[in-house]
Design a protein around this ligand. Structure first.
Ligand SMILES: [Zn+2]
Length: 79
């Protein structure tokens, strides 16, 4: 963590990846799936959420390598 501000894209990626990780934890420890609990099992809505979480997880992995421009520029907010 650099303590700088992340761009909105990085924030969305972090939030979605976090939701996916938390849901995974809920399934493992509490045997509750928040996504299918809220949106239904196998519904289009739940598939969209899983898809977004998967994409966000991949992007979060890539962010380790500072591929986003906001990370290369030290996350300085542009005006
Ligand atoms: Zn960014």
């Amino acid at each position: 963590m650099t303590g700088g501000k992340k761009c909105i894209g990085c924030k969305i990626v972090a939030v979605l990846a976090g939701i996916g990780a938390l849901n995974w934890g809920l399934v493992t420890f509490l045997h509750r799936n928040l996504v299918t609990g809220l949106l239904g099992e196998g519904t289009a809505a739940s598939k969209v959420v899983y898809g977004l979480v998967a994409v966000a997880g991949a992007m979060a992995l890539l962010s380790v390598f500072n591929l986003c421009p906001c990370q290369r520029q030290g996350c300085e907010p542009k005006k």
